[in-house]
Design a protein around this ligand. Structure first.
Ligand code: HEC
Length: 104
């Protein structure tokens, strides 16, 4: 048991360290299902109108910066996207980013 427990602990603690803020993937998924999947799809890969926002396309940092730019009004290309972004708190953004980071 001793030999199993240590790698398990290391795996769990290193996972928790990936985002700078401890993010909640399950909470992020719930918000994504509420506000994002209509345009970006269940798999986050988007369609002809909405871009792919999975980890294969954007890093977590790029994702968060993009969301902050929609929220602050720096990115205005798509009004509906900006409106969706403004429904999220900073914690929501971190959680949603963590969720999309699990999709490739
Ligand atoms: C009404 C449709 C719509 C909804 C709802 C929507 N998006 Fe978007 N999203 C878009 C479109 C269209 C773009 C591209 C616009 C642009 O180029 O600025 C985009 C761009 C993005 C980008 C930037 C991608 C990049 O490559 O720079 C991110 C990140 C993103 N969306 C995340 C989200 C999240 C998270 C949600 C849910 C809170 C969401 N979107 C909801 C349509 C939508």
């Amino acid at each position: 048991m001793k030999f199993v427990a240590l790698p398990m602990f290391l795996a769990v603690s290193s996972l928790a360290c990936v985002p700078a803020v401890a993010a909640d993937v399950a909470a992020g998924k719930a918000k994504a299902e509420e506000y994002c999947v209509d345009c970006h799809g269940d798999d986050g890969k988007g369609d002809d109108e909405s871009p792919d926002i999975t980890a294969g396309k954007l890093s977590t940092k790029e994702f968060v910066v993009a969301m902050q730019e929609y929220q602050s009004g720096k990115r205005t290309k798509d009004a509906k996207m900006a409106k969706a972004a403004k429904k999220l708190s900073a914690d929501d953004v971190a959680n949603v980013a963590a969720y999309y980071a699990t999709l490739k």
